[in-house]
Design a protein around this ligand. Structure first.
Ligand code: V47
Length: 441
């Protein structure tokens, strides 16, 4: 790498100089910029820029939550090559939880002070739609204060088929989400996005929904006032260009989701470099661009009246090869994972939060990621069956004490949040959401 001297006398890849200037000015980065960030050997400059952006957006605040994951069944009609979670019905290790099991899990979560249940499963071939709405109602009845974040986009499309609404396309998806919301669903997790590209789809997860359908499901959720998260599962058969394409597709959809809100905030849209007529809503600029607040926020109690949701968090997921059909691939490690966190922070300038999911990165690496763009370390988790790093079993739990320690030692201030990023005030297992909204600093 050739180097040049910056005003602060640090060495920087000259190709990153114009990108640094655009980041400092709060301008949207282009696809070419994204590729440069992915290719440069000057990873530390990329990380430093992401840290600058993260501090602008969130100051020193770093979020964690007290949550519990439930996988209601690992029986799945699909057999994605990257996935080691799925089982066929009679296969060893296949399981399916009854609603009684779910009730017990929900009560256990309340007992442990959880504010969130994160519920996903395989595409179960025989369970009826009632199972899913009854699951929501059971939790609502026994754990009314707990937020239910459940079902990836591919599960929603599966439920449209199961409930005979599959042929209705977008309307079928809307109608399924409406029923689930009515039964208690509070938001959608970001899983199942993988990489939005048909070539990658056909090679690694054929049979699963394509990127446009994943985006439709989240658009429908946003239309119903439900917030959602987004992921990218990287480091398998995709190319760097395809990673950037994925980010740009998410960014474009988020511009549309935030357009009306941004208008009300007096945030001036920018022209999007090389891409469409939509105004770019950039949330990563200098403070004076956001006189009425930088980040979209849903006040406590407004959930039912919300008419427009958005992507809250981006969760980069490194491909973990163990026990999958793609286990001959190495999977991304250390520096590559740090770089991805940073590049996604810089490119996804309109997604408020960036999560370093410690289960997939390890807590040690997630701690590093807090200094490279991430402002959220996820939660206590408890049970996790989808990936197992370094020989972990399904019991994968950490304590609030360890999460706070990781955050503090990285130089940040830990704050507990609920699923919708509102500060939680806690007294043992009892908690409430702070009603006054103050932007994190
Ligand atoms: O949907 C499956 C991915 C996802 C592998 O929204 C794999 O807050 C890596 O989406 N290696 C589940 N990834 C995880 C997920 C998630 C996690 C934490 C928080 C949130 C959130 C979402 O994991 C799956 C799939 O995309 N996945 N297999 C694998 N071998």
């Amino acid at each position: 790498m050739s180097t040049a001297t910056t005003s602060t006398d640090l060495r920087i890849d000259p190709e990153l100089v114009p990108i640094r200037d655009r980041v400092e000015a709060g301008e949207r980065l282009s696809a070419e910029d994204g590729l440069t960030l992915l290719r440069t050997s000057d990873v530390w400059t990329v990380c430093r820029l992401a840290d600058q952006v993260r501090r602008r957006m969130h100051g020193l605040t770093t979020w964690y939550n007290v949550n519990k994951h439930i996988n209601y069944s690992n029986i799945c009609a699909l057999s994605c090559t990257f996935c080691s979670f799925h089982r066929k019905k009679d296969q060893d290790g296949a399981y399916q939880h009854s609603l009684d099991d779910i009730r017990r899990e929900a009560l256990g979560a309340v007992e442990a002070g959880a504010t969130e249940l994160h519920i996903v499963g395989g595409l179960h071939p025989w369970l009826s739609f009632d199972y899913y709405t009854d699951m929501m109602r059971t939790i609502r009845e026994h754990a009314p204060s707990v937020h239910i974040k459940a079902f990836t986009a591919v599960e929603i499309v599966h439920l449209a088929r199961v409930s005979k609404r599959g042929r209705d396309g977008y309307d079928g998806i809307l109608s399924v989400l409406r029923d689930l919301k009515e039964a208690g669903l509070g938001s959608l997790p970001g899983g199942g996005a993988e990489v939005f590209d048909d070539r990658v789809h056909d090679e690694a997860f054929k049979g699963k929904i394509r990127g446009d359908v994943w985006l439709d499901v989240h658009r429908a959720a946003h239309e119903l006032g439900l917030n959602s998260n987004a992921t990218m599962l990287y480091g398998h058969v995709e190319r760097l260009e395809e990673r950037i394409k994925h980010m740009l597709m998410l960014r474009r959809q988020q511009d549309r989701a935030l357009a009306a809100w941004a208008d009300g905030q007096g945030i001036v849209g920018q022209a999007d470099p090389g891409d469409g007529d939509d105004q770019a809503i950039v949330l990563t600029g200098p403070d004076d661009r956001y006189p009425r607040g930088r980040l979209p926020y849903l006040a406590p109690g407004e959930e039912d009246e919300a008419t427009q949701g958005w992507f809250q968090t981006i969760v980069p997921l490194p491909f973990i090869p163990d026990e999958s059909e793609l286990q001959h691939l190495p999977g991304p490690i250390g520096l590559e994972n740090l770089r991805m966190i940073a590049v996604m922070r810089l490119m996804l300038d309109n997604i408020p939060h960036m999560k370093a999911f410690w289960i997939m990165h390890t807590l040690d690496m997630a701690q590093f990621m807090l200094q490279n763009g991430a402002n959220d370390i996820d939660g206590t988790v408890v049970w996790y069956d989808i990936t197992k790093v370094e020989g972990a079993g399904t019991h994968q739990e950490t304590t609030v004490k360890d999460l706070k320690r990781a955050i503090r030692e990285a130089g940040f201030v830990p704050r507990e949040r609920d699923t919708l990023y509102r500060p939680v005030i806690r007294d043992g297992r009892d908690w409430r959401i702070e009603s006054e909204h103050v932007e994190a600093r």
